[in-house]
Design a protein around this ligand. Structure first.
Ligand SMILES: Nc1ncnc2c1ncn2[C@@H]1O[C@H](COP(=O)(O)OP(=O)(O)OP(=O)(O)O)[C@@H](O)[C@H]1O
Ligand SMILES: [Mg+2]
Length: 280
């Protein structure tokens, strides 16, 4: 059985942006962000979602996180419809969503409070996860005393600490410099391999998608649907080979080009749409 199933998922927002003329835009001023998303994700799979800006990627993740409800269609998690947020799903947002008045350790403990882990154990477990993301020694720092990359590590540690089955990540590394991003990608891959979690990861970065994803789902321009999913497999990935070697391989370049082409067509379509709407 699939871990996660999107079944003809549609999301419309009541709004002023609809132009009526556009295919997929219903009348009455509603705005269609997602229109018929179908996607199945296996347990333990690492799926990356890419798509033009505004195509509904964050909306998709919000729905899976239970922060919003689909207008039609349904989302199943372990065969049950998602009806709200839950501790079985950890979310890492693009913006560092840390509590500024709590230390790094305190922020991770915060995630554990909701799960009823006893206080002593909370501290221990929080330390363990801070270690896991390479931040041993930074327990007592507050978010403003940490770099952007460190804050994002704390956010990742917080979502991992209460042991959700599913990790939802919305452009978690977008605001970081290239080097920090690459080292966090390696760390995330290592954590994923170690924990076997199901990961849904959104990004604008094609290289990031190819590097991290077992499968890359490319979305259409809005209203968003899944245009195509590209399975990514490298001969030597299972052995843990990574870093520069993988990124500079001909296979990597081939995948990058394939996804670039799929995405390029959609971005062009999105631009055209915007132009048409601007002249209405
Ligand atoms: N609460 C809302 N009310 C009205 N419209 C919304 C709402 N949330 C999102 N939208 C619209 O839905 C569309 C999809 O938004 P979403 O944030 O999911 O896009 P995205 O693919 O994540 O974009 P980006 O790559 O820029 O982050 C956008 O056009 C956006 O304006
Ligand atoms: Mg977004």
């Amino acid at each position: 059985m699939a871990k996660i199933v999107f079944e003809s998922v549609t999301k419309t927002f009541p709004g002023k942006q609809a132009k009526g003329r556009r295919a997929g835009a219903p009348g009455g001023g509603a705005f269609t962000a997602l229109d018929g998303v179908d996607l199945e994700i296996r347990a333990g799979e690492f799926v990356v979602v890419v798509g033009p800006s505004g195509c509904g990627k964050s909306t998709l993740l919000d729905l899976l996180g239970g922060l919003a409800r689909p207008t039609s269609g349904r989302i199943l998690l372990d065969g049950e419809p998602v009806t709200g947020p839950g501790l079985d799903r950890g979310i890492v947002f693009q913006q560092y969503a840390l509590l500024p008045w709590r230390t790094a350790l305190g922020n991770i403990e915060f995630g554990l409070e909701a799960t009823g882990v006893p206080r002593r154990e909370r501290k221990e477990r929080a330390r363990e996860f801070l270690d896991l993301v390479g931040l041993a020694g930074f327990e007592d720092r507050h978010p403003h005393e940490l770099s952007g990359g460190m804050r994002q590590r704390v956010a990742i540690a917080r979502s991992l600490a209460y042991d959700p089955d599913v990790l939802l990540m919305d452009e978690p590394f977008a605001a970081l410099d290239a080097q920090t991003r690459e080292s966090l990608q390696d760390e995330l891959r290592r954590i994923w391999q170690r924990t076997g979690k199901t990961v849904v990861f959104i990004t604008h970065g094609i290289e990031e998608a190819v590097y991290l994803g077992q499968r890359v789902a490319v979305m259409t321009s809005r209203p968003g649907r899944i245009k195509e999913t590209v399975p990514v497999s490298f001969g030597d990935r299972a052995t843990g080979a990574g870093g520069e070697e993988l990124r500079s391989s001909p296979e990597f370049a081939r995948y990058r080009h394939e996804i670039w082409t799929l995405l390029h067509d959609e971005v062009a379509r999105a631009r055209q749409l915007e132009k048409e709407e601007a002249t209405v």
